[in-house]
Design a protein around this ligand. Sequence first.
Ligand code: HEC
Ligand code: HEC
Ligand code: HEC
Ligand code: HEC
Ligand code: HEC
Ligand code: HEC
Ligand code: HEC
Ligand code: HEC
Ligand code: HEC
Ligand code: HEC
Length: 330
Amino acid sequence: MTVILSVAVMVLAAGALQAQEPQKAVPAVDKPVQQPAKSAGTSSVLQPVSEEPPGYSGSESCQVCHEDISLAFKKSRHAVVETERRRGWEGRACESCHGPGAKHAESADTANIRNPSKLSPDKADAGCLSCHTMQPTHVGRVHGSHGKNQVSCASCHSVHTPKPTHGNRMTRINGQCGACHTSQRASFQRPYGHRIPQGAMSCADCHNPHGTQLTASLRLSTGGEPGCLNCHGDKRGPFTYEHAPVRLEGCQSCHEPHGSANPRMLTRPTISQLCLECHAGITQPGGGTNTGALGGIPPAFHDLRSARFRNCTICHTKVHGSHVNRALLK
Ligand code: HEC
Ligand code: HEC
Ligand code: HEC
Ligand code: HEC
Ligand code: HEC
Ligand code: HEC
Ligand code: HEC
Ligand code: HEC
Ligand code: HEC
Ligand code: HEC
């Protein structure tokens, strides 16, 4: 009795599984199917080869019913898949993403065709990555938050639509990122910030949406330095006298990269507060004062009660590093 029951449970469970995953019936992402070589001579007459490999019906057949998408697609970057033989999908671009479509083209039944938006994000992305492998889109994805949080390729890329000709590329990217990251978008509205709202640069100048090995998917410059140096090249070393945090902790140890209420996008309202965060002696329980926790302490002649000494960068002008002076004075 228990045997029969458990078999019944198994059958039921299998049925439920199938019901949950209707896409099972849809063919998996395929390698391009090589067309059988058309041999010269009479044999090809004796054994006629169909135009398309089995299961495929070609993009022209799709156009009959999906005219808008097909016409728009011809102007998109993916149209090269349709025309360039060497890519292995000549004449069958639609099916490079949607799988063999002959059955669907005959029945017009949605159950016979793969719709990436109905797949789980990882399965849908695997289809894209079957071609976009060995690109930044692929290599950083394991580390980035988008891959880990099921933000699929298609949530940012609309593949059939032609390249938009209107508007500014930066504004389009920022609008898209900002739609999900509302608090980050708002941080650029602070009094001192990078000019994202004006469309002068984009989120993708600092972040790689496909992920990188760094925290927050930050980009590096071509030399492997912080991506900030792509634009702020004058802060690039190597300096004879480095200011340790610039290299070790990065620009964001003193600046709020998106935007800030403080001038120069600093993390503190006044410069001395910022410097003294690291360059201050910490009083020990025993009464003595140790050297600064992170940096050295200013020599005694710095009278911090006097306004003259509170504006540190009046004297320490080379706060990002100096070629000539150890105390970063010039
Ligand atoms: C005979 C007409 C016809 C042909 C030919 C045809 N389709 Fe469709 N297709 C349909 C209809 C009808 C739908 C359902 C539309 C709807 O629900 O709005 C559909 C839906 C789809 C969908 C969405 C499926 C879903 O689950 O929502 C995809 C993807 C698709 N077609 C791709 C193709 C591709 C690729 C081809 C060529 C290989 C093709 N179609 C050829 C009629 C056709
Ligand atoms: C580069 C991959 C790719 C190619 C090539 C491609 N599609 Fe799609 N298609 C998608 C993705 C991803 C979706 C689901 C997300 C979306 O709607 O953008 C989709 C959705 C669809 C849908 C259903 C949703 C809708 O917009 O009505 C249809 C129909 C469709 N595609 C038809 C086609 C046809 C016809 C072609 C060839 C002219 C084609 N696709 C080429 C990736 C592709
Ligand atoms: C059959 C192979 C193939 C598949 C599958 C494929 N792509 Fe592409 N993709 C290409 C080719 C080829 C190009 C053009 C590359 C070029 O111009 O150098 C391209 C270009 C692109 C571009 C650049 C467009 C631009 O305007 O710069 C994006 C974005 C893109 N693909 C996203 C996707 C997404 C998202 C998917 C999955 C829904 C996908 N691709 C699936 C082959 C493919
Ligand atoms: C969070 C949004 C987002 C996601 C998710 C995303 N992309 Fe992109 N992708 C972008 C942006 C933004 C660009 C840069 C466009 C530009 O500079 O004009 C881009 C550029 C590209 C390009 C052009 C070449 C390049 O590498 O710069 C390809 C190809 C591409 N993406 C494919 C993919 C694929 C495949 C996936 C899924 C594995 C994916 N993208 C996921 C936003 C995204
Ligand atoms: C569809 C919504 C969506 C869009 C569009 C989107 N993101 Fe995200 N992003 C997320 C989610 C979800 C996470 C992970 C959870 C979190 O950290 O908020 C994330 C995380 C991040 C992170 C955190 C750190 C990391 O390791 O990646 C950065 C940076 C980021 N996104 C930048 C961008 C940029 C730049 C764009 C535009 C090219 C963008 N996002 C577009 C949803 C989105
Ligand atoms: C000037 C470079 C720059 C620009 C432009 C930029 N970011 Fe960032 N972003 C950073 C840096 C640097 C961090 C890391 C901050 C840290 O480590 O504390 C970061 C962190 C993030 C994070 C992680 C969570 C957080 O707030 O710390 C998200 C999400 C994010 N940025 C989204 C965006 C979006 C969306 C845009 C465009 C509207 C954008 N960023 C534009 C440099 C930039
Ligand atoms: C795409 C180029 C670009 C990148 C990348 C970039 N910046 Fe900027 N940054 C600018 C521009 C342009 C301005 C001037 C903005 C203005 O005029 O309002 C600026 C302004 C600043 C300012 C304020 C300067 C002042 O005089 O008030 C600081 C601080 C700053 N950036 C730090 C950073 C940091 C830190 C990073 C990396 C996380 C970074 N920037 C990445 C282009 C860039
Ligand atoms: C130790 C703290 C600190 C670090 C780390 C730091 N900065 Fe600064 N930065 C400052 C201070 C303080 C000012 C304001 C100087 C003044 O007003 O005299 C400033 C000013 C700036 C300015 C505007 C004025 C100018 O000199 O052009 C830019 C741009 C800038 N920093 C970029 C960067 C970049 C890029 C990095 C990373 C490579 C970085 N900063 C790292 C403290 C720092
Ligand atoms: C995030 C912590 C941090 C901040 C903020 C910071 N510094 Fe430093 N600073 C350091 C460290 C660490 C050293 C290296 C100390 C060493 O080598 O003994 C250093 C070195 C120096 C030196 C060189 C002298 C020496 O001891 O080698 C001067 C001068 C200096 N900092 C001034 C400043 C000024 C001015 C500011 C504010 C604009 C500032 N620092 C902000 C951490 C910081
Ligand atoms: C009036 C000019 C002036 C001001 C303002 C000033 N300093 Fe200095 N600072 C100096 C001089 C001069 C030296 C000594 C350089 C030497 O010994 O060769 C020095 C040395 C230092 C050193 C040690 C450098 C070393 O080589 O060991 C630190 C750390 C430092 N200052 C931090 C600060 C901080 C933090 C502030 C703001 C609270 C500040 N300074 C304000 C002139 C100034």
